[in-house]
Design a protein around this ligand. Structure first.
Ligand code: GLP
Length: 261
């Protein structure tokens, strides 16, 4: 894992945008995996700015989102499709057919999940998967106890996730209890993973992700076996990492090496 520690949320978003924008420029047909939540909002703002001000071209790209609530359609303001449209897709030059968010209204969710996996494979897999982390250490909606070899599936949300996500709904009763999510194994198959975390509230989960044992009780810990996982984290979210000084030292060394080329 490469750990990049940033001063704050803004710098975390800058760094993430730098990596994603460089990848799009190098490979305009990039297949980008996307996440929702408040964490990647800054990244999406920067991608929109790069399109509007510098003409960054998204027209050849394909995207796949991690997850969606069951029962919420694209017009529901809390659906992840609505989130992606309003935060990113409506402001860049990507045709909606090239953007994929699991269908929360699929009549046969189990069959649909298989289809979602096939769509990812037909696109030749995901080049970069953007990830946030839940307070309970989940990736996508892979809650504690989910098999680390899971694939896209229908899942029940953990009570703490329902509570956390209720801030976006009028009341906790309105938060769906089920979701479709890419599995841990589906996520690990992305060629590069980019996990973002910000704020004190994520510090414990991040410690488990980076330094804890690899366990289905904290599915983000599976990233430890990924050959190219980058974790961009602000000081607050990094505050409980035991080897923080070491990660900063490695980061400096990487920057020095990059500077000599
Ligand atoms: C949801 C999403 C996750 C996301 C998490 C954290 O549960 N399914 O993909 O990482 O929330 O959200 P936030 O970034 O708002 O803290």
């Amino acid at each position: 894992m490469e750990i990049i520690v940033t001063k704050d949320y803004e710098e975390m978003s800058d760094k993430a945008a730098e990596i994603v924008i460089a990848a799009i420029k190098a490979s305009p047909e990039l297949v980008l995996g996307l996440a929702t939540g408040s964490t990647p909002e800054g990244l999406y703002e920067r991608l929109v700015t790069a399109h509007k001000e510098d003409g960054l071209d998204f027209s050849h790209m394909t995207t796949f989102n991690l997850d969606e609530y069951v029962g919420l359609g694209p017009d529901h303001e809390q659906s992840y499709r609505f989130f992606m449209d309003t935060h990113l897709f409506d402001h860049i030059n990507i045709s909606k057919e090239r953007t994929h968010v699991p269908d929360g209204l699929a009549a046969d969710p189990v069959q649909y999940c298989k289809l979602y996996e096939e769509m990812i494979q037909d696109a030749d897999g995901i080049d970069i998967q953007v990830l946030g982390i839940g307070r309970d250490g989940h990736l996508g909606f892979n809650e504690p106890g989910t098999s680390l070899s899971s694939r896209t599936q229908l899942v029940a949300l953990a009570p703490e996730t329902i509570e956390d996500n209720s801030r976006f709904f009028d009341s906790e009763d309105e938060v769906p209890h089920f979701a479709l999510t890419m599995g841990v194994q589906s996520i690990l198959e992305a060629r590069k993973c980019l996990l973002l975390a910000s704020g004190e509230g994520k510090a414990e989960a991040l410690k488990g992700c980076v330094e804890g044992p690899i366990t289905s009780m904290l599915t983000a810990s599976a990233l430890q076996v990924h050959p190219d996982a980058i974790v961009i984290v602000d000081e607050a979210a990094a505050s409980r990492l035991e080897r923080l000084d070491y990660y900063k030292w490695v980061q400096q060394a990487r920057e020095q090496i990059a500077g000599t080329h």
